[in-house]
Design a protein around this ligand. Structure first.
Ligand SMILES: [Zn+2]
Length: 284
């Protein structure tokens, strides 16, 4: 399937999408940037700083005023183009907080955009006016500690970034990724009645409640499986990954290890498992 790179696709009135050319095992066909509004715009998840992507954004903006460049979180496939775009169209960078790198030890890994510098940070529930509409921040930590979704007034459209994606489960990679937070943030979406999700990767999600329920079920099943494996015998993470993910794409082994660690840390916090160095066992 060919993804249309660098082309603006109108998805509904006031919502257009442009795909960046950064396909990978983690980004699917690439990062999708959304343009919200008609006479005035907000740009959601400007994406990686790839010149032909930034050019495509500038072309789609077509000289219209940009009220805000908004980032759901600061992974390098989401926020770096905010600088190039801000320099080009003079718009403020608004949205998620920068990562507090020293909070509880180093929390960033190589995937983090350390140069992200917002002009304004939106707290949970805080709204921004764009073209007579509002974009409201919905704090959804878990994939990263600073992750926000953005709700488009009462239209039922929610821009979900990497919290809920249209093609795959989300990577939750400690130390910044946190499984308990992630599950709580899925619960938070279940309390809402959104009509459609526009994720940063993968197609729009037309049955959001069904997908979120499925993802929660998937995580709970994975947790049960990990608990069963360490009950069977004490194991290190590579042994758990090998048993829990048969036939895994070798490119995803590190991410699977991170996800298993996220589950184990959550189980440890709940007193269900303990570890000795690299070996995890059932708590006595
Ligand atoms: Zn991400």
């Amino acid at each position: 399937m060919d993804a249309p790179y660098a082309v603006s696709e109108q998805l509904e009135p006031g919502v257009a999408r442009i795909l960046a050319h950064n396909p990978s095992a983690f980004t699917y066909f690439g990062t999708q940037t959304y343009l919200v509004g008609e006479r005035e715009l907000a740009v959601i998840d400007p994406g990686p700083d790839i010149p032909n992507h930034v050019d495509a954004l500038v072309q789609a903006i077509a000289g219209r005023p940009v009220a805000a460049i908004m980032c759901t979180h600061t992974h390098r496939d989401h926020s770096p183009a905010s600088r190039a775009l801000a320099a080009t169209c003079g718009a403020p960078i608004v949205g998620c907080a920068p990562l507090v790198l020293d909070d509880a030890g180093p929390r960033a890994d190589a995937a983090f955009d350390r140069d992200y510098a917002p002009d304004r940070i939106l707290a949970d529930g805080e709204a921004l006016a764009v073209d007579g509409r509002t974009l409201t921040a919905v704090a959804t930590p878990g994939h990263t500690s600073n992750h926000l979704c953005f709700a488009l007034d009462d239209s039922g459209a929610l821009f979900t970034g990497d919290h809920v994606m249209g093609w795959s489960t989300t990577v939750v990679f400690p130390p910044d990724g946190d499984m308990a937070d992630y599950m709580a943030s899925l619960d938070k979406l279940r309390q809402r009645a959104d009509r459609i999700y526009y994720p940063a990767h993968g197609p729009p999600v037309a049955k959001p409640q069904q997908l979120v329920r499925g993802m929660q079920g998937h995580r709970l099943q994975r947790e049960k499986q990990i608990l069963r494996l360490v009950k069977e015998r004490a194991r290190d993470i590579p042994a758990i990954v090998a048993a829990a993910y048969p036939g895994l794409d070798p490119r995803l082994v590190v991410a699977a290890g991170g996800s298993v660690l996220a589950h184990l840390l959550d189980l440890e916090a709940r007193g269900l498992v303990v570890r000795q160095k690299d070996i995890w066992r059932e708590s006595a």
